[in-house]
Write a protein that binds this ligand. Structure first.
Ligand SMILES: CCCCCCCCCC(=O)SCCNC(=O)CCNC(=O)[C@H](O)C(C)(C)COP(=O)(O)OP(=O)(O)OC[C@H]1O[C@@H](n2cnc3c(N)ncnc32)[C@H](O)[C@@H]1OP(=O)(O)O
Length: 211
């Protein structure tokens, strides 16, 4: 498991955010446009060549494998490759998760890239978002892992503006039980319950390391 310390200060973090955030946002727009475009064949082929050239340019220099979770010496976490919140991940909507004591919530919009049933969010994407928001609520600091996630899809979730929220129900040793929901403007679409578990290597007195 890749947790990496980066010896950089707040200014450097901000510089990288300002550099890579707009790139990821531009690629999100590209994904949306790729799904929805109706331009002619020549224009599609021209854009394909442009995109392939842009990808090759970025690959001139790249890391091996995934981004991992990086952190600075002053404790700032940079989960920039994360599929839900990652600043550098165009697949991430991305969510900004807010916290207040034992509750977390996020308001966000899911567009054409997240479609399952026509005009509606894919059920796996609902699970993805709820897993992350419930997991965030389960612990402000420690890296809890999803042990069990149970969902009840009450009605289809329309693409568009949505809200996910979660709160701790109870804590039992290394297990934190969390409840939450995904909602649109008409109310709850998906209910969720999760058991989040502190992995062995993060437990008090553990001498094991993340694998
Ligand atoms: C940037 C910040 C982002 C924060 C939000 C992140 C949210 C997203 C979270 C994820 O997506 S994590 C990725 C998906 N999850 C995994 O890949 C987990 C894979 N499974 C594991 O790593 C281990 O199986 C797990 C850590 C879940 C448990 O293994 P352990 O060996 O640590 O469990 P252990 O045997 O010590 O059991 C501890 C307790 O948990 C219980 N338990 C174990 N596995 C369970 C399970 N799967 N479900 C429910 N309970 C479980 C077990 O019965 C026991 O209960 P008791 O204390 O009452 O005896």
């Amino acid at each position: 498991m890749r947790f990496t310390a980066e010896d950089i200060d707040g200014h450097e973090v901000a510089r990288r955010e300002a550099l890579y955030g707009p790139l990821a946002e531009a690629v999100r727009e590209l994904v949306d446009a790729t799904i929805r475009t109706e331009v002619d064949a020549a224009a599609v082929q021209e854009v394909e060549a442009t995109v392939r050239a842009a990808t090759a340019r970025l690959r001139d220099r790249q890391i091996d494998g995934a981004f991992g979770v990086r952190y600075t010496e002053d404790g700032r976490i940079m989960p920039w490759g994360n599929v839900v919140i990652g600043l550098r991940n165009p697949i991430a909507p991305p969510l900004t998760v807010h916290r207040e004591r034992d509750r977390c919530w996020s308001e966000f919009t899911l567009g054409a890239a997240y479609e399952g049933p026509p005009g509606h969010v894919h059920g796996g994407i609902c699970a993805l978002v709820l897993d992350h928001v419930l997991g965030s609520a389960s612990s402000p600091e420690k890296p809890n892992f999803t042990g069990t996630l149970t969902l009840r899809y009450r009605r289809a979730t329309p693409l568009g503006p949505l809200r996910a929220e979660a709160r701790i129900d109870r804590v039992d040793g290394v297990k934190t039980y969390v409840v939450g929901a995904l909602s649109d403007s008409d109310g709850v679409t998906v209910e969720a319950e999760g058991v989040f578990i502190l992995p062995v290597w993060a437990r008090e007195g553990s001498t094991t390391t993340p694998t």
